[in-house]
Design a protein around this ligand. Structure first.
Ligand code: GTP
Ligand code: MG
Length: 215
C-alpha cells in the first residue's frame, strides 16, 4: 500500500536508516529525537539499534522507525540489509572531523547500491555545538548535498539543535510525497514549506539525477 492510499487514521510508517562513520553521533541523534536526552559517553553501537517515535504533522501521525547502524568497519557488511527497504537515509558526519565528511562518498555509494531509488536522503553535519573545532564549513557540506540532490542540515545532538526540525521536515515529505526530496527529486518544495524548516533544500532538486536508478 502506498503512503497515499493509507487510511488517514493510520500512522504513516517510515523506516529511517542512520549511516556514517563511527563516533559521528548517529546514536546521539536517535537518542535526542526519541528520548530528548544526551549522554557524553555512549558505547559504540554493535550491529544496529532500533528506536521509535511518532510525530503529529499536519494532522497525520508519522511513525518513525529508526535503525541506527554501527559505524565501525567490522559491521559495515550489515548496512545494505538495513538500507534495502529504507524510506529515509541520514548520512551523518562530524563537523569537527574532516575524515568523516570525506567518508560520505563511501556511504553515498552504499546508498546508491543498496537503498530503494525513491529513498529520501539528508546529509547531517552533527556536533554543531563544537564550532571552534570545526573542520568542514557549512558551505562545503551544503555544496556536497546540493551536488547530489540531497537535503542538508547541521545538528547538535548535545544541545538538540535542528534534530526536531530535521525529522519534522522529513515527516512532512513522507506525508506529502509530492514534495520530493529523494536522490532524484523532481518537484520543487513550495515556499510555505521552506519557512517551517531549517533543512536546506537543494536549488537543483528539480533537475534529473546522475547515477540514479530513477532515470
Ligand atoms: N559535543 C557533541 N558531542 C556529541 C554530539 N553527538 C554525539 N556526541 C558525542 O560523540 C561520541 C560518539 O557519539 P555516538 O552517538 O555514540 O556516535 P555513533 O555515530 O553512534 O558511533 P558508532 O555507534 O560507533 O557508529 C559520544 O561521546 C557522544 O557523546 C554532539 O552533537 N555534540
Ligand atoms: Mg552508535
Amino acid at each position: 500500500m502506498s503512503l497515499n492510499e493509507q487510511n488517514f487514521q493510520d500512522p504513516v510508517r517510515v523506516k529511517v536508516v542512520v549511516i556514517g562513520d563511527m563516533c559521528v553521533g548517529k546514536t546521539a541523534i536517535a537518542h535526542r529525537f526519541t528520548k530528548n536526552a544526551f549522554e557524553e559517553k555512549l558505547p559504540h553501537t554493535v550491529g544496529a539499534s532500533y528506536y521509535i517515535r511518532s510525530m503529529e504533522i499536519e494532522g497525520r501521525t508519522i511513525l518513525f522507525q529508526i535503525w541506527d547502524t554501527a559505524g565501525q568497519e567490522r559491521f559495515r557488511s550489515l548496512v545494505p540489509m538495513y538500507l534495502r527497504d529504507a524510506d529515509i537515509a541520514l548520512l551523518v558526519y562530524d563537523i569537527t572531523s574532516k575524515e568523516t565528511f570525506h567518508s560520505l562518498e563511501l556511504w553515498r555509494t552504499e546508498l546508491l547500491t543498496s537503498a530503494p531509488c525513491h529513498v529520501t536522503t539528508a546529509v547531517v553535519g552533527n556536533k554543531s555545538d563544537l564550532g571552534a573545532k570545526r573542520q568542514t564549513e557549512s558551505t562545503t557540506g551544503r555544496a556536497y548535498a546540493v551536488k547530489h540532490r540531497m537535503l542538508y542540515t547541521e545538528t547538535s545532538a548535545k544541545l538538540g539543535t535542528n534534530v526536531e526540525e530535521l525529522f519534522y521536515d522529513l515527516g512532512l515529505r513522507m506525508a506529502n510525497p509530492e514534495l520530493g526530496g529523494c536522490l532524484d527529486a523532481s518537484i520543487k518544495v513550495p515556499e510555505k514549506y521552506k519557512k517551517v524548516t531549517n533543512v536546506y533544500i537543494p536549488p537543483n532538486a528539480n533537475q534529473p539525477p546522475q547515477n540514479s536508478c530513477c532515470t
